[in-house]
Design a protein. Structure first.
Length: 183
């Protein structure tokens, strides 16, 4: 948005890439063990590191302009390289060559991840019809409104209890708001 507002650079859809980024390498790639990986090289040095890893001469990538000119070529080489490596191996190599890379989590990864659990980003709520339901918590968390137990209730029509609990509005005021079509 800022680039379109402040420059004459035409912005077009770029898939997983950033069209105005100096990074020649920023995309998602499928590994040999069918895991998704994201690689971002946001500095000329890290792009040169990727180029060298892939057998390209680093001198062909020593400026942002040279990197942009060979962006698609480098992206295709990296796609083929990642496809020949399993996730753990690809991540280890990227770490060794000081390139930012990360696994892209599936829903199952998120549900079993210790960090998501510790941050309470996945919660279990009791539903009248379904029983216990695991779902995403409300993000961002508000210091004085951390209880998300009414979230599923609200989604199923229980807005009255949420309005009353979270906004400290009494029943008379809720009825007035409902009559006016506000809630």
């Amino acid at each position: 948005m800022i680039t379109a507002d402040q420059t004459d650079v035409p912005l077009v859809r770029a898939g997983n890439q950033l069209p105005v980024s100096p990074a020649a390498v920023i995309n998602t790639y499928l590994t040999a063990d069918k895991q998704w990986l994201t690689v971002t090289s946001g500095t000329p040095r890290s792009v040169r590191n990727v180029a060298e890893l892939l057998g390209e001469p680093a001198s062909e990538y020593d400026t942002v302009d040279k990197q942009r000119a060979k962006r698609e070529h480098l992206d295709e080489l990296l796609r083929k390289w990642v496809a020949q490596h399993d996730l753990d191996d690809a991540l280890a190599v990227m770490d060794d060559v000081e390139v930012v890379a990360s696994k892209i989590y599936s829903i199952q990864d998120i549900l079993s991840d210790a960090t998501y659990a510790e941050r309470e980003d996945i919660i279990t709520v009791d539903d009248h019809d379904l029983g216990p339901v695991r779902m995403q918590a409300v993000i961002p968390k508000l210091r004085k409104h951390g209880d998300t137990s009414g979230a599923l209730d609200a989604a199923r029509g229980g807005q009255r209890s949420c309005v009353s609990q979270w906004l400290s509005i009494d029943e008379r005021r809720i009825s007035s708001l409902r009559d006016k079509g506000v809630v």
